[in-house]
Design a protein around this ligand. Structure first.
Ligand code: LER
Ligand code: MN
Length: 286
């Protein structure tokens, strides 16, 4: 069985900060066992207060990030790459302080930093060099880093599971794994259950969402086959519902380009998602 929960993008605009502390109790109220703190600015993270609420709720904490232009590990500018390492170390410190053991997301390149060209060997080397330093820092703190392949319109460095596995080989650190997101898989993978099987024990984390970024069940992801593949590889790790909440769709649209409301409220959407995921789990795992 997977450990299911929610990603904080559902309530925030991609950066968890003090004003969103209430979301931790809300994730628990909505039946989550895991919470993924989406962090783009680690310096604004309310570590002590969040750690206290994690202890109170008993939620399993995961962190994730989307590195951006100012901290892009594949930038030709050494200062920008140094910022990527600094941001990732900050996120690892937060993960540790929360009692977590996993950080994930677009942590190998700047999200949205497309060059208009094919990825280069030099870009992969720059990313791997940053990641080695970050992975060693994480290993000293018993933290695993999972890299999330994302759609071609967001990043040109890692789009598919196969490329994530090659990247892990290149970095050469044992505390690296893969984070798969069904929305991106639907665009980039030739075979969704096949991508899960390809990762095998390197799969460390999942973002569960339907093909259109609606709740599971509102698009055409082959959920039963996906869960059968997860069962086959023995994945029982954390998996969170990640999309953008209908409550503040006007504010998030410029960042997410998601204009469709998949439920009246974020809470309704979460309930829909959890009901569906629990039903699929019961069919496949029982
Ligand atoms: C983050 O988990 C994700 O899926 C991205 O599309 C956002 O940058
Ligand atoms: Mn994701």
């Amino acid at each position: 069985m997977l450990r299911l929960g929610y990603d904080t993008w559902l309530w925030t605009k991609g950066n968890f900060e003090h004003k969103y502390l209430w979301v931790i109790r809300e994730a628990k109220r909505l039946g989550g066992n895991v919470i993924d703190f989406a962090v783009s600015d680690h310096t604004a993270f309310p570590t002590e207060e969040a750690a206290a609420l994690i202890a109170e709720t008993g939620l399993e904490p995961v962190t994730s990030t989307t590195l951006l232009a100012h901290n892009n590990p594949v930038s030709p500018l050494p200062d920008v790459r140094a910022k990527a390492v600094e941001s990732m170390k900050g996120l690892i410190d937060i993960t540790k302080a929360l009692g977590g053991s996993l950080t994930a997301g677009v942590n190998y390149a700047g999200s949205g930093c497309l060059t208009g060209k094919l990825r280069t060997r030099q870009e992969l080397e720059w990313s791997a060099e940053c990641m080695r330093e970050v992975a060693d820092y994480a290993a000293e703190r018993d933290i695993v880093i999972a890299v999330e392949p994302v759609k071609r319109f967001e990043c040109h460095i890692i789009n598919r599971a196969e490329q994530a596995l090659e990247y892990i080989e290149l970095v050469g650190r044992s505390n690296l794994g893969v984070h798969l997101d069904c929305f991106h898989m639907n665009i980039e993978e030739p075979d969704i259950p096949g991508a899960v099987e390809l990762c095998g024990d390197k799969l460390k984390y999942m973002h569960l969402v339907d093909s259109n970024r609606g709740a599971p069940g509102q698009g055409h992801i082959p959920w039963l086959y996906l869960f059968k593949a997860l069962k086959k590889i023995g994945f029982n790790g954390p998996a969170t519902f990640e999309t953008f909440g209908p409550d503040d769709i006007e504010d998030t649209y410029p960042i997410t380009m998601q204009g469709q409301k998949f439920a009246e409220t974020t809470a309704d959407l979460c309930e829909k998602a959890m009901r569906y995921l629990n039903a699929v789990q019961t069919i496949v795992f029982d």
